[in-house]
Design a protein around this ligand. Sequence first.
Ligand SMILES: [Fe+2]
Length: 293
Amino acid sequence: MVASRLGYIVLGVEEPSKWETFGSETLGMMANTDDSGNVCLKMDDHPFRVLVCKSDHDGLLYSGWEIDDLDTYEEIRSKLIEAGFDAQTGSDAEAGTRCVSRFFRSTDPSGNNFEVYFKRTNVGEPFVSPTDVTEFVTGDMGLGHVVIPAPNLDETRGFYESMLGLQLSDDLSMAGGGNGQPDVRIYFFHADNPRHHSLALFNQPVPTKIVHFMLEVTNLDEVGKCLDRVNAKEIPLMASLGRHCNDNMVSFYVYGPGHIPVEFGYDGRRLDLSTFKPTVSTVGDHWGHDYQM
Ligand SMILES: [Fe+2]
C-alpha cells in the first residue's frame, strides 16, 4: 500500500495571472486559464501538473498523490477513516477541474491539506514548451517533489509512512549556525518510484505552507538557460546554483509569484527500491545553494 507518485499540486494565490506569465515565460511550462479562472501549468502529456487558483492567501492548497490501482486507493481511504482522519470525497465538479476520475481530501498532523486521486483524465496532448525546455522529468516519477512545513515533525512522518506508505530516503539535520537560527531537520520520502524524494517534511512553520516545489529537466544547459531567464527578468533567487548531497540535484531556487519558491534542477538521483537503505545526513550541499531567505 504505497502512493505511486506526486501527481499534481494546487497553489492558491491572490493573482493567478502572474503564475501564467512566470510558469510559461520563465519556467517554460505551457499555461492556459480554464473557465473558472484557474491557471493550468502543463509540463508533460498530463493536462497540468500545477493548478493555480485564486485565493486570499498565497501558498500551497493541496499536494495531489496519485494511486495506480483502485484497491489501494480504497485501502488508503479506509485506513485514514479508521484512524480518525478526514477523507472527504471530492465533488464531480472538483474532480473535473483536477482532471481525475475520483479523489478525496485529508489533512496531515501538521495541518497540511492533501488529496489522493485515482486515474488522471484528459491525458495525451503533447507538451511543447514556449521556451526551449525539451522535456521535464515526470512519467512514473510524477511532477517532481514538494517540501512542506511539519512543526509536528515525528507525528507527521509517521502519518505519511503509515497512511500513504511513503518511505524514508534521508534524515537531514543541520545546526542553526549560532545566530539564533533554529536547527533544521528535514525528512525526505520516496513514493513507489525511483525519484529520490517526492515529499520532504521541514521541521519549522511556514506561513505559505510550502518550502518549495521542484521541477526537473533532462540536461544542465536547460537549468542554465532558465537561470538566464530569471536573471534577465530580475526575479529574486532563494538560492544560487548548487548541488545537493542527498538527491545529487544540480539546481537553483527562484521565488515565484506569491513568494512561492521553485527549485529548478537536473541530475536527480534515482533509487533502486529493491536495495535502497535510507541515509542520515548532516550536510545539505556539495557546493553552492547560497540561501537568501
Ligand atoms: Fe528540493
